[in-house]
Ligand binder design. Structure first.
Ligand SMILES: NC(=O)c1ccc[n+]([C@@H]2O[C@H](COP(=O)([O-])OP(=O)(O)OC[C@H]3O[C@@H](n4cnc5c(N)ncnc54)[C@H](O)[C@@H]3O)[C@@H](O)[C@H]2O)c1
Length: 416
């Protein structure tokens, strides 16, 4: 501001000299006076604006105080596939949502969709931060009044975890510790944790119940199992309310076509079967490679339990509604029905209408023949069961979004 005044006062004498004579200087004096008033008013307005913007003068954000009747959920990884769908459901159910994401894998475009759907103040905020940064995480917890945390954020590809295990232990295990420490420090006592059937490894007996011993066989599953252990150990000396949900293979997208699954192209090689099918249907890849046709299953290909994301987020809401202080609920979230890779490919062909070329190759090391859940505990205790169990329909919904979003969420990712 000082510099600005100085330059004005220096400019005036120069102009007077140039004009010279009374006839010109008198009206100029008046004009100068008016200008001064305008300038002063503008400066006062600017100062008020700056003061209002400064954190110490800002009226406290709605997100920073607890409100009776409103549950404020911190959704980590809310820009990602499952986190964005969960945020949508929470917002629809009148929860207040704060998404924290470092956009390493997720899409700002998904957050924009949510912001457009729920623009009212106090509904949704997005905070760009890395959960690996304890200072940033602590600041977030100190500036916001969370009632619960849904911790989705993670790197989540089995194949990638075998190539870069440290990344997985750091991102999954160590970051969960950071989140837990912040929760403890700021008295946030409710946690819904995203775990995975990969923590079970290769159980001999199917279906998998929550009592099935956990012997994970890859760094992804091991890192998640370690996080589960940390949460449970911490819980023993606290009255934290915890739900650990072990998802099976997640597919599908928002039935109203607002959100979808849009992983980074560079992650394609580690990708999941639905993404691979859609890429083949769109001609992005040459076709599908099915690895292993000699497993001890009815058609020789691997069997998995595919859970629609709409059902999955419903399980999260039920978990949140039923979570109790001092208790840890552990639940499988699956359909209870195994589908073979061949069945999946056929459903994908029908859903997309594309003739997908399929190459059958030898087994991939580390793949297990058959994995499917026994979801009876979650039905019994949380009254949840999968409703979207028609594979072809789930894939149709996801395909519709894929077709209308050739570029995923588009260039929004780059604009952040
Ligand atoms: N997709 C599945 O089939 C499946 C199955 C079982 C479990 N899960 C679990 O569900 C959760 C969500 O998976 P998804 O499929 O939506 O993955 P995703 O990659 O689409 O989403 C993960 C999100 O977390 C964010 N993230 C990652 N590291 C972060 C960090 N350090 N700080 C802040 N944000 C970070 C990413 O940017 C991304 O938006 C993960 O915990 C995953 O392990 C997924």
């Amino acid at each position: 501001m000082l510099n600005f005044n100085k330059s004005r006062s220096q400019a005036r004498p120069n102009r007077s000299y140039a004009l010279g004579g009374m006839d010109h200087t008198e009206p100029n004096k008046k004009k100068g006076f008016v200008r001064k008033i305008i300038l002063a008013t503008a400066l006062v307005a600017l100062c008020i604006l700056m003061l209002k913007q400064s954190p110490s003068f800002k009226s406290p954000s709605v997100f920073s105080r607890h409100e009776t009747g409103v549950t404020h959920v911190l959704v980590t990884g809310g820009a990602g596939y499952i986190g964005s769908h969960a945020s949508l459901r929470l917002l629809k159910d009148s929860y207040r949502v704060t998404i924290v994401d470092n956009l390493s894998r997720g899409n700002l475009g998904a957050v924009k969709v949510l912001q457009e759907l729920f623009p009212e103040p106090g509904r949704l905020q997005f905070i760009y931060a890395d959960l690996g940064d304890p200072k940033a995480v602590n600041k977030i917890f100190s500036e916001n009044a969370f009632d619960a945390v849904m911790h989705f954020a993670a790197v989540a590809y089995v194949g990638e975890s075998t190539l870069d295990p440290l990344k997985y232990y750091h991102n999954i295990t160590s970051n969960t510790l950071v989140v837990l420490e912040a929760m403890a420090a700021h008295n946030v006592n409710t946690l819904i944790y995203s775990s995975t059937c990969a923590t079970y490894g290769e159980p001999e007996k199917m279906p998998i119940t929550e009592e099935t011993p956990q012997h994970p066989i890859n760094p992804y599953g091991k890192a998640k199992k370690m996080s589960e252990d940390i949460i449970q150990d911490f819980h023993k000396n606290s009255d934290m309310a915890v739900m650990i949900l072990r998802y099976f293979n997640v597919i599908g997208s928002d039935p109203d076509g607002r959100l979808g699954e849009a992983p980074r192209p560079e992650l394609r090689e580690h990708g999941r079967i639905s993404g691979a099918c859609f890429d083949a249907a769109r001609g992005i890849t040459n076709g599908l490679k099915v690895r292993g046709t000699d497993y001890k299953t009815p058609d020789g290909t691997c069997i998995r339990d595919y859970i629609d994301v709409t059902d999955l987020v419903d399980a999260h809401v039920k978990a949140l509604e039923n979570v109790k202080p001092g208790q840890v609920g552990i639940y499988n979230v699956g359909t209870g029905k195994g589908r073979s890779v061949k069945e999946f490919v056929e459903a994908c062909k029908k859903a997309t209408g594309a003739s997908i070329k399929v190459d059958y190759l030898p087994r991939r090391p580390g793949d297990y023949a058959e994995v499917f859940s026994d979801p009876s505990k979650i039905l019994r205790e949380l009254k949840w069961s999968a409703q979207y169990t028609d594979l072809e329909k789930s894939l149709q919904v996801a395909w519709k979004w894929q077709k209308s979003h050739h570029n995923g969420y588009g260039s929004l990712n780059l604009s952040f």
